[in-house]
Design a protein around this ligand. Structure first.
Ligand SMILES: [Ca+2]
Ligand SMILES: [Ca+2]
Length: 467
């Protein structure tokens, strides 16, 4: 299992950016099945990753925010995670890089999360003496550019090294589960010059961002990323750094893709390679200026859609499925492929039927939650969003893949909207104790941003196109 952090649809197999170069994801796609309409359960690391490995939805567990660590959520305290399921059935389980959200720590009172935890790479690698983009934001993580000179000094390179050494050392007969978490293209988006050279500035294609795109959005949409440290599009444009941001994201994706290639080569060189299931995913998407913002934490396509690629012996190669699937589905899928029974808490569905027949119709849509009451429902052709105050958005992906035209409120769509709204649960679990960062909560008609009530009269003149 290989994942990347904050990787959106800008990969060859999804074509989210016309210039992106990911030859290794392309070759993985060619030998497996690409789910082109796959979505995260939460547009931020901790709840997304917890849902992948526990099979439990954030709106069921109450784990919506960047903290606390998932085992502190009462509903997740005692569950058998995916690696534990494998370990319980004689597999050795290995983890390197970012799989669970940082800081990853084994709770001594609980069964081991993995047989062996390798290099975590929590620091990401060397940092420049001075931030490269001091003109953008004081946040230490928010930075990008050409750095360091040497790819091998990056923590992600060392994570791949650890995975490669482990693959070579695993005895051929030993069943194993190896999870590799690559931090790129998460900020800071540092990569060496060769990866930037793939995207020359004079030929760079930029996302199209209509200046009036937010005019048809409910006010509540702003709260999800209100006061987040990510630069607004207006600031990037004012500082003439929007192009460099896009370039650094693409360079980081290509660097991370190269690491995937190194791991695939190592696996192919082992005897176990022929009987090994390979699954690739990302924890959520990322804005590079779309809707006037950078970063994550929104319920639009660019923040919820992720690559999911599964390659396995016994299944056809080069397949694509546009049915709506969820990261939550990985747990039961891998369990079934390995002949194991997923435990009762698991809420996803096995994708094995779609690996056999990618065009099989899937009724259940993909759901993404951003704090209690805020949810996106993505079907084959539509996206419905409902916020905690009842306000809505609705998009037709056949006519409007960029989600520029909010159709909510147009009578002709009322019954379609109704069909999607029925997937939104009546009750969302209350945020678990210790939930803070990036949490938008809603109680008694008042939005609460990271613990602070947003009251009438509070200064609130957020405009990502002017701010
Ligand atoms: Ca992430
Ligand atoms: Ca719009």
């Amino acid at each position: 299992m290989i994942n990347m952090d904050d990787l959106n649809s800008w990969v060859g197999p999804l074509g989210g950016h016309p210039q992106v170069k990911t030859p290794n994801l392309d070759r993985l796609a060619a030998r497996g099945t690409v789910f082109t309409n796959a979505h995260t359960q939460a547009p931020v690391c901790n709840p997304s990753r917890a849902s992948v490995f526990t099979g439990v939805r954030p709106e069921s567990s109450g784990l919506y925010a960047l903290d606390p660590p998932f085992r502190q959520a009462p509903a997740l305290r005692g569950v058998t995670t995916l690696p534990q399921l494998f370990a319980n059935h004689g597999y050795r389980t290995y983890s390197t890089g970012k799989n669970f959200h940082d800081p990853f720590k084994q709770d001594p009172a609980l069964p081991a999360e993995f047989t062996e935890v390798g290099f975590l790479g929590t620091q990401g690698g060397p940092r420049p003496a001075k931030k490269l983009k001091q003109n953008i934001n004081p946040e230490p993580l928010i930075d990008w550019g050409v750095f360091p000179d040497d790819d091998t000094s990056q923590d992600d390179w060392k994570v791949a090294d650890w995975a490669i050494a482990k693959l070579r050392a695993i005895p051929a007969a030993e069943p194993f589960f190896l999870a590799v978490g690559i931090r790129h293209p998460h900020v800071p988006m540092y990569a060496s010059q060769k990866w930037f050279d793939l995207y020359p500035d004079d030929k760079l294609i930029m996302p199209i961002v209509p200046a009036d795109d937010r005019d048809d959005l409910p006010k509540y949409a702003d709260y999800l990323h209100w006061r987040l440290p990510e630069p607004r599009l207006a600031l990037l444009e004012r500082q003439r750094e929007w192009r460099s941001h896009v370039q650094a994201y693409l360079a980081s994706v290509s660097f991370a893709d190269h690491l995937v290639g190194r791991i695939l080569d190592a696996l192919d060189g082992t005897e176990a390679g022929r009987r090994t299931v390979i699954v690739f995913w990302s924890d959520h998407g990322y804005h590079n200026g779309e809707k006037g913002i950078t970063g994550k934490n929104s319920l639009w396509e660019i923040a919820t859609r992720v690559p999911v690629i599964i390659s396995a012996p016994g299944f056809a190669a080069g397949q694509r499925s546009n049915q709506p699937v969820e990261l939550l589905d990985l747990y039961p899928t891998l369990a079934e492929m390995c002949g194991l029974t997923a435990p009762g808490q698991v809420e996803g569905v096995s994708l094995v039927p779609w690996l056999r027949n990618p065009s099989l119709s899937k009724e259940k849509p993909a759901r993404t939650v951003a704090g209690p009451g805020n949810m996106a429902v993505r079907s084959e052709n539509w996206r419905y969003i409902r916020y905690a105050d009842g306000s809505e958005e609705f998009y037709d992906h056949r006519a409007d893949p960029e989600e520029w035209h909010n159709l909510a409120g147009i009578p002709a769509y009322a019954s379609l909207i109704q069909e999607h709204a029925r997937w939104i649960p009546a009750v969302f679990a209350r945020p678990v104790p210790g939930s803070k960062a990036r949490l938008i909560d809603y109680q008694d008609g008042v939005p609460i941003w990271q613990g602070k009530r947003i009251l009438p009269g509070d200064p609130f003149d957020y405009d990502p196109f002017k701010d």
